[in-house]
Every structure is written in C-alpha cells, then in structure tokens.
Design a protein around this ligand. Structure first.
Ligand code: NAD
Length: 277
C-alpha cells in the first residue's frame, strides 16, 4: 500500500500521489496539509497564485517528518514571467515554504499571447535551479508547440508538464509527447472537479471492484503513469483518495475510462489563457 515514486530528474523522485491545495483558503491551508500528512500524503502541490504557500510552509515546519521525506511543488505566478521577477519571486516562494529548496518549481501557464516570451521565463527557471532554489524545474499547461520551443531554445527538458487530464479530457497528444521525451505528466483536476463521479461506465467498474468512482478514476491515472494530487478538505475523502494501491484495474477497464474522452476542459485553454493577477 505504499506510494510509488517516479524519477523526474537526476536524483529527484516524486511520489505519484500527492495532495493539491488549489482553492483551499490561506487560513485553512496549514490544517488541511497537516491532516493530509497524517493520512500519509508526502507530496503537496501549491502555487503562488493560490495564495496559500505560507500555510504549506507552516505545516511542513510543524511536522515531525524530515523535510527530505516530503515533496513540495510550487508554481511561478503569471505576472512574474520576466527574468528578474521570476528569480525574485522564486526566492520569496522558498522563504514562504520554509527556506529549503523547492522540490519542484513550475511555470504555471505559458501565456503565449502576452508580451513576455515563455522562452525567457524557461531560461530563468534554469537559473533558479542552478541557484539552488529548486531541485527540479518544469512547466504547467504547456501544449506540444510550447514544449518544442523551450527545448529547442535551451536543450533543457522540463522534468514534468502539469496539465488538465481526466477521463473526459485524456489530452493524449501532449501526454504522448511527454512520454517520448522523458517529461512526466502530472494530471490536474484528475476527477474533473467531480464531473466524472456519476459516469455510468466508471460506476459499473467501481461496483465490480468494490471501490468508489473517485478511487477508480484516480487508479486509472496511476496505471497510465500520471502523477495526481486530488484536492479535498473533507477528511473521509482525503483518506479515500489515498487508498489506490490495494487494487488494480484490468487493461479493459483502463481502455474503457480512456474511451470516455470528449475533449471537455473544466479549466482555461492554455493557448488563449492570458490572465495576470
Ligand atoms: P479535482 O479533480 O481534484 O477535484 C476536486 C473537487 O472534487 C473538490 O471540490 C472536492 O470536493 C471533490 N472531491 C475530491 N475527492 C472526492 C471524492 N473522493 N469524492 C467526491 N468528491 C471528491 O480538481 P482540482 O482541485 O481542480 O485539481 C486538483 C489539484 O490540481 C489542485 O488542488 C491543484 O493543486 C492542481 N491544479 C493545477 C492547475 C494548473 O493550472 N496547474 C489547475 C487546477 C488545479
């Protein structure tokens, strides 16, 4: 029942299951992360944009666990894509998260229609890693042409690409580019914020294997090789989402969930998203 780890960079391995803190109010975040650590989660996914890094840092500091036994990811906010801003804000994240290097730091969105080229931002991310502010660097919401551009410009591949993936949006082409290039896919909104939980195909499989539809969907991600970090502040669900390693789906089950794809985004389209807080 232990959590598998995936090596994403030289000397850096990430627990395949983590805990996401998007939309957890800053004042509630420390308690939510402490509860997740108690349940057994060792990987926390936050972002500057979520406004709750401090709560994550406080939970990490208060924990009896060694820092090296926890994995913390954060993401560069959209307003900080210029080199100087990125370097400064990476340092601020490190401070809020407790002073140790971040395990993983991502460009949150490519913002391809704004006036800062994400290639400049990616070069800054490489400096951030070289300065010891992050052990590994990656991207989020990058489409295949965005990935190709940063790799061509720098020769540096992102360790991960964190993108929206669930049975209604399998994002096959981006995932395939990732596997071909050694870029681990992290799946955000892994249960489509709840939209897949009443699906009849998933329900039938869940009844057969004696698990919930959330567990079956998260297990599908695990068997595809995706990293996941479902979000919940309800203790019973936090526990439920952790119980993914005492059962297995058949290849047919995995294919059945994949066949539900209908290109349905629950979040913004990375090609046009240009929001700057
Ligand atoms: P999710 O798919 O994890 O769904 C979360 C919602 O589902 C919550 O509202 C919760 O109430 C409900 N839920 C959770 N477990 C459940 C269960 N077992 N049974 C029934 N309902 C359950 O969606 P999310 O929170 O959008 O995504 C997860 C994480 O992904 C976030 O916390 C964040 O860390 C990350 N994320 C990243 C980006 C990005 O742009 N990189 C965007 C969105 C989310």
């Amino acid at each position: 029942n232990s959590i598998p780890e995936i090596q994403i960079a030289e000397g850096v391995s990430i627990p395949q299951l983590g805990f996401g803190v998007y939309q957890i109010p800053p004042a509630d975040t420390q308690a939510a992360v402490e509860a997740a650590l108690e349940v057994g989660y060792r990987h926390i996914d936050t972002a500057q944009m979520y406004g709750n890094e401090q709560g994550v840092g406080d939970a990490v500091a208060a924990s009896d666990l060694a820092r090296g036994d926890m994995f913390v990811t954060s993401k560069l906010n959209n307003g900080f894509h210029r080199r100087g801003d990125a370097l400064r804000e990476a340092e601020s994240s490190v401070k809020r998260l407790g002073g140790e290097p971040m395990d993983l730091f991502l460009i949150h969105w490519p913002l391809p229609t704004t006036d800062v080229d994400y290639v400049e931002t990616w070069k800054a991310m490489v400096e951030i890693r070289e300065q010891g502010l992050a052990r590994a660097i990656g991207v989020s919401n990058f489409q295949v042409p965005h990935l190709e551009r940063i790799i061509d410009a720098t020769g540096e591949k992102p360790a991960v690409n964190q993108i929206e993936v669930h049975p209604y949006l399998t994002n096959e082409a981006v995932r395939a580019f990732g596997s071909a290039n050694g870029i681990t896919t992290e799946a955000w909104s892994p249960i489509a914020q709840g939209a897949v939980l009443n699906d009849p195909v998933i329900t039938a499989i869940a009844e057969r294997v004696g698990k919930s539809t959330a567990q079956v969907t998260l297990r599908w991600h695990i068997q595809l090789g995706n990293v996941v970090f479902p979000k919940s502040v309800t203790r019973a669900r936090v526990e439920e989402n952790f119980q993914l390693f005492d059962f297995e789906l058949t290849d047919e089950d995995v294919a059945a969930l994949s066949s539900l794809n209908k290109g349905l985004r629950t979040g913004p389209d990375p090609d046009t998203f240009d929001y700057i807080p």
